[in-house]
Every structure is written in structure tokens, then in C-alpha cells.
Ligand binder design. Structure first.
Ligand code: TTP
Ligand code: MG
Ligand code: ZN
Length: 209
């Protein structure tokens, strides 16, 4: 008789916060308990290894790259009790009902993903996943500028902050991203977050003071 309780767990946070590491840690515990684990990741993330999820400390776990939610579902085996999903922010909206269906069937679904993109905006389906999760952990990294807690991912292009209108999906690691706190996170062109300095220069150029 199956009497496992389905659960949706989301591990969120900026880049370099150890989301993949935490996902792997939970999956390892499940394997030790002899639970049947399947792990998936979006095919577009080809960093380090196509068939594994890999954390910055080099830890890895076998994972199947899939194009989207439909392909993920097609690969699910009936006796799987734990499903791990890395880089959840890159999945399409069909993942949302699938995750709910799995949890209702008694499957434990553990998802890791970026809550915010480089602009500080909610990333893809992460807001819905976070809202419908039974458990949420927001991890933090360390701001590369001040050493305080970092909640955001700064994208840098030739050392300069990327513009708000730049493409949202750019796969990469330390060569173009670094963790930053709210104060040091820079997004030129952000419509809602003109800095007081930008406000001041805008006022000056328009003759207001
Ligand atoms: P993550 O796994 O979130 O980054 P990470 O491995 O550094 O973090 P962790 O240690 O917590 O596991 O991978 C993020 C991917 O998303 C990476 O390939 C860069 C990409 N990305 C975008 O495409 N757009 C963005 O706006 C940001 C911030 C990242
Ligand atoms: Mg990762
Ligand atoms: Zn900082």
C-alpha cells in the first residue's frame, strides 16, 4: 500500500545561493531512504554536463534534460516517489498543473529555481510555483560588492550592468553574473526603479530642481 504524502517544495534564490546544492542534498537523502528518484532539468541549460545537475562545489546528480513539461511527464515512471527539477524558472506553464497532479498522487516534487531574473523581476512560472508550494526556502548568496546578504543576480556585460531591455534568458555563470544585495543591484533603464541620482540628473536636465 502506498501511503506517502505528496508535497511541493521550492528552493528559490539568486544565482550562487546554492539552490542546486540544496536540491542534491535532499535528493541524496531520498536515495538513502530507497525512494525512487527522478531528476529533470531544462535542455537549454547545458552548463557543465548535459545529463547531470551540477552545483558550484562540483556536486552532481544524474538528471534528464527535457524540452518542457510534456516531455518531463512522458519520462515519468509509475513507481517514482520523488521528482527533482532544477532551473524551474525555464519551464513552460504546463509544469504548474503537472506539479499539482503529481503531489495529489502522493509524489514529493522538489523544484529549484531563480525567483528573480537579472532585472529583479519575477522569473517565468516561479511566482505561481512559490504560491502553490507546501514549503518554500529562499536561499541567499553574498553580495560581491559589500559582503552582505545577496538576494539578486547582477548580469554584467564587459563589466557593466546589463540594461533592463536586454534578453531575459542568457545561460551563463561567473563570467557574466554575480550575486548582489538590493542596494548594489544595478539595472539601468528599470522603469520603476530610477535611482535618486538618475532622478536628480533628470530634474537638472529638465530645468527643475
Ligand atoms: P542557477 O542554477 O540559478 O545559478 P547557480 O547555479 O549559480 O545557482 P545555485 O548555486 O543557487 O544553484 O542558474 C541560473 C541560470 O539562469 C544560468 O544559466 C544563467 C541563467 N539566467 C538567465 O538566463 N537570465 C537571468 O536573468 C538570470 C539571473 C540567470
Ligand atoms: Mg544551480
Ligand atoms: Zn551589497
Amino acid at each position: 500500500m502506498r501511503h506517502s504524502h505528496g508535497l511541493v517544495e521550492v528552493i528559490a534564490g539568486p544565482m550562487f545561493s546554492g539552490k542546486t546544492e540544496e536540491l542534491i542534498r535532499r535528493l541524496r537523502r531520498a536515495v538513502i531512504a530507497r525512494q525512487k528518484v527522478q531528476v529533470f532539468k531544462p535542455r537549454l541549460d547545458q552548463r557543465y554536463s548535459a545529463r547531470h545537475v551540477v552545483s558550484h562545489n562540483g556536486d552532481q546528480f544524474h538528471a534528464l534534460p527535457v524540452a518542457g513539461a510534456r516531455e518531463l511527464e512522458a519520462h515519468l515512471e509509475p513507481d517514482t516517489t520523488v521528482v527533482g527539477i532544477d532551473e524551474a524558472q525555464f519551464f513552460d506553464a504546463d509544469l504548474l498543473p503537472l506539479v499539482q497532479r503529481l503531489a495529489h498522487r502522493g509524489v514529493r516534487v522538489i523544484l529549484a529555481g531563480l525567483d528573480m531574473d537579472f532585472r529583479g523581476e519575477p522569473f517565468g512560472i516561479m511566482p505561481q510555483l512559490l504560491a502553490q508550494a507546501d514549503r518554500v526556502d529562499k536561499l541567499t548568496a553574498i553580495c560581491m560588492v559589500c559582503g552582505r546578504e545577496a538576494t539578486r543576480s547582477q548580469r554584467l556585460i564587459d563589466g557593466q550592468p546589463a540594461h533592463y531591455n536586454d534578453p531575459i534568458v542568457v545561460v551563463g555563470a561567473a563570467e557574466m553574473y554575480e550575486p548582489r544585495c538590493r542596494v548594489h543591484h544595478e539595472v539601468p533603464g528599470h522603469p520603476a526603479l530610477l535611482t535618486s541620482q538618475e532622478d536628480a540628473s533628470h530634474d537638472a536636465s529638465s530645468g527643475l530642481s
